[in-house]
Design a protein around this ligand. Structure first.
Ligand code: ASP
Length: 345
């Protein structure tokens, strides 16, 4: 695909070569994400960050990524503070906002809403999550992290063994990640969920049609054996008809140090798109794993910035100009090299 000027709405847009090119740009931008150098290549450009659902990481890291390239960010964070609350259509909002910005990131609770918005936008639109459907930038940063962690352990993406655990029915991050993994060779996926929260059949078909192994598990211990990556997700309570219905699933699968040690290999990497639900009744990823060097969740969140910088640089066609606008930082910067990247001895 040609990234320049494109909307990013679904991972279905990407071929493997596109991912390789994006990740090469992300690697080149890493010194800027780590504040070793600054660049002003997007000085004067405006990002409209429109989040009509709760978000911490996606919203802030898209904003930071744009700022780190020198651009400015305008935020709208609730339907009630936008004209959508007065009955304005997505079409009209898109026409208006695209007159004020160079690129738009949008999150919205309805599946397909971001694509609908993009049809009326005059500037590129990036899907920051549309209901239970997709979360393409999360999948890209997840894949970038998988690649980084796997390489650090002397392995390759092809032949990867991964378990995805939790609410696979409503988890949009999982949907996008599974479809991206299908681009590689010989992937084996364990789909581990409580009965009733299995992954949608269209997502699983993408894997099986590409010749990958996809096994369904309802037992946590069985499902997380012999994998390189253990990817845990929370129950997506906001997608259930009622809180009581979500409560039926909360806390059913809890990965903690004891479960990990009993069932996983010593170097199995632990990931989670976050937020993890740390309330007593949930705890799908226990805080007793915090000291485990294979816990990659904060390396994952760090990678969100650099991958989103790469997306902006490619969409706005400034990849080749980044260094012309670069200089060393002038303030104190903490070390931001990935902490704890490595294996357990
Ligand atoms: N932050 C991710 C999302 O927005 C995962 C989650 O919320 O559970 O989909």
């Amino acid at each position: 695909m040609d990234f320049v000027g494109s909307h990013i709405l679904s991972v279905d847009q990407f071929a493997r070569g596109d991912i390789d090119r994006l990740f090469a740009v992300a690697d080149a931008l890493a010194p800027f994400a780590r504040r070793e150098r600054i660049t002003r290549v997007l000085q004067g450009a405006i990002l409209s960050n429109m989040f009509f659902e709760p978000s911490t990481r996606t919203r802030v890291s898209f904003g930071c990524a744009f700022n780190l390239l020198g651009g400015d960010v305008r935020e709208t964070t609730e339907v009630k503070s936008s004209a959508l609350a007065k009955g304005e259509s997505l079409h009209d909002t898109a026409r208006v906002l695209s007159g004020y910005s160079d690129v738009i990131v949008m999150r919205h609770p309805q599946e397909g809403s971001v694509a609908e918005f993009a049809t009326a936008s005059r500037v590129p639109v990036i899907n920051g999550g549309d209901g239970a459907n997709e979360h393409p930038s999360q999948a890209l940063l997840d894949l970038y992290t998988v690649r980084q962690e796997i390489r650090a352990r002397g392995r390759t993406m092809d032949g990867l063994r991964i378990a995805v655990v939790g609410d696979l029915k409503f988890g949009r991050a999982v949907h996008s990640l599974l479809k991206l993994l299908a681009l590689f060779e010989g992937i084996s996926v364990n789909l581990v969920s409580p009965p009733g929260l299995e992954a949608p059949s269209d997502v699983v078909s993408v894997l099986s049609n590409a010749g990958h192994e996809a096994g369904v598990y309802h037992d946590l211990g069985d499902g997380i054996h012999h994998v390189d990556i253990l990817y845990v997700t929370r129950t997506q309570e906001e997608r259930f008809a009622s809180p009581e219905e979500a409560d039926r699933y909360r806390g059913l699968f809890r990965v903690n140090e004891a479960i990990y040690t009993e069932h996983c290999e010593p170097n199995t990497v632990i990931m989670h798109p976050l937020p993890r639900d740390s309330r007593a009744q949930a705890q799908e990823l226990d805080e007793d794993l915090n000291a485990n060097p294979n816990l990659a969740i904060f390396r994952q969140t760090d990678n969100g910035v650099v991958v989103r910088m790469a997306l902006f640089a490619m969409i706005l066609d400034v990849v080749d100009q980044v260094h012309d606008h670069a200089r060393p930082v002038t303030w104190y910067t903490a070390r931001r090299t990935p902490s704890g990247l490595g294996t357990r001895s």
